[in-house]
Write a protein that binds this ligand. Structure first.
Ligand code: MG
Length: 409
């Protein structure tokens, strides 16, 4: 390696390090995969644009003293929207954007030109489509760039790589142990990268900046990259990234139990379905033990009181109330917290009525009330072998379990 002409460790804190984020691409590889879509750096990833995520991640490193974004000529409005996503405390290190060229190489050169009036000591070049860059990775690249003049992050290759000819015939199998899949940010002494770009080859085919420095015959050191620092390229990349960013959900289970005594009447409500019977139930509402038990199960999973807390029997508005509103209310409280209801299960305990003939209708009705698929609802029934109050046909009881997932808080 060449003797270091770069700042000594003692002066590291004062090193002027500029970053260039290349965001002028049109994302043609994604467009090929399906319908036309916005350039990938402006697509939303878990409700935030990729570019805002990338800029936020770069600016999270205190080593970067200023950052310039190279954008497409037609992208100013989209870029302004990205700026609004970035907190003011980070925005103050952003320089005005510059317009890129038709190739990546031309865009990097535009960024270098914009820095020429106040040249930094080091420059980092980063892809807009790599939002998962970390301060630790930036620090590794910067440290090696200080020592060697050019440093890039790379990860060992796990697949065996074949070199093929124009007919897709293998011509070589390089030794995998000596291969690295390289990433960005790539770090360079500013004058070195300017010199590398000054000697532009016709065609401008370099896919990264290090290749231009290599072409000068200058050393480029590879530091350990980060396997999470992926470049979002395909729809599958976006799907996987979305998954990574979605909040972790934890499973919670709640149980409920309800009883109503038989009384005068000729029908009972069970699971939101009216069933003819030789008596009714004594209740403030419609006395639907299955819906009441399920409501308490859902509220229990939320650790959010019980049906009496939310619908006090002392309030006349619930007199004769249809119990579907209790269960749908509880289910909405799950969704309002970003949760998901996975499953509702209830057991009716009674000698009569038998619910077998009504089971399908009850499952369908509960699924409708709770906003679930029928496959997420289970209704069972048992007698109590003529024992106890249900065995003596004095009333009905129901038990219920709700399984939900809530964001870990
Ligand atoms: Mg009740």
């Amino acid at each position: 390696m060449t003797a270091s002409v770069f700042p000594s460790p003692a002066k590291r804190a004062e090193t002027d390090i500029a970053a260039i984020v290349v965001a002028a691409g049109r994302g043609t590889r994604m467009a090929h995969a399906g319908a036309p879509m916005a350039a990938k750096q402006y697509r939303l990833l878990a409700d935030r644009s990729v570019l805002a995520r990338t800029l936020g991640a770069m600016l999270a490193s205190p080593l970067i003293t200023r950052l310039i974004v190279v954008i497409g000529a037609e992208d100013m409005v989209q870029y302004e929207a990205v700026l609004a996503e970035i907190v003011p405390g980070l925005r103050n290190r952003l320089l005005p954007p510059v317009i890129g060229g038709t190739t990546r190489q031309a865009s990097v050169r535009a960024g270098l030109d914009a820095l020429a009036s106040a040249p930094p000591e080091l420059v980092l070049v980063h892809d807009a489509a790599r939002p998962f860059v970390t301060p630790e990775l930036i620090e590794r690249v910067v440290a090696a760039t200080r020592d060697h003049g050019a440093a890039i992050p790379g990860v060992p290759v796990t697949d065996t790589i074949k070199q093929v000819d124009a007919q897709d015939c293998v011509v070589a199998t390089p030794d995998r142990a000596r291969l690295r899949a390289v990433q960005t940010p790539q770090g360079f002494a500013y004058p070195l990268l300017v010199a590398a770009h000054a000697g532009d080859q016709p065609g401008e085919t370099a896919t990264d900046d290090a290749a231009l420095v290599e072409a000068l015959g200058m050393p480029v050191v590879v530091v350990m990259g980060d396997s999470m620092n992926i470049k979002l390229t395909t729809q599958a990349d976006f799907d996987a990234a979305e998954q990574r960013l979605s909040p972790a959900l934890i499973t919670r289970i709640g149980q409920g139990y309800d009883v109503h005594a038989f009384g005068p009447g000729n029908q009972v409500w069970l699971g939101g379905v009216r069933i003819a019977h030789d008596n009714g139930v004594i209740a403030h509402s419609d006395g639907d033990v299955i819906l009441h038990a399920l409501t308490d199960a859902v509220l229990g999973a939320l650790a959010d009181g019980d049906i009496g807390t939310h619908f006090p029997p002392s309030e006349p508005q619930w007199r004769g109330a249809s119990s579907d509103q209790f269960l749908s209310y509880a289910c909405e409280r799950v969704r309002a917290r970003g949760g998901v209801i996975d499953h509702l299960d209830s057991t009716l305990i009674s000698e009569s009525p038998r619910i077998g003939p009504h089971r399908e209708a009850i499952v369908a009705r509960i699924a409708q009330i709770a906003g679930l698929k029928a496959s997420a609802v289970s209704i069972k029934a048992t007698t109590s072998e003529k024992l106890g109050f249900t065995g003596r046909r004095e009333g009905l009881a129901a038990m219920a379990i709700a399984t939900i997932r809530l964001p870990a808080s």
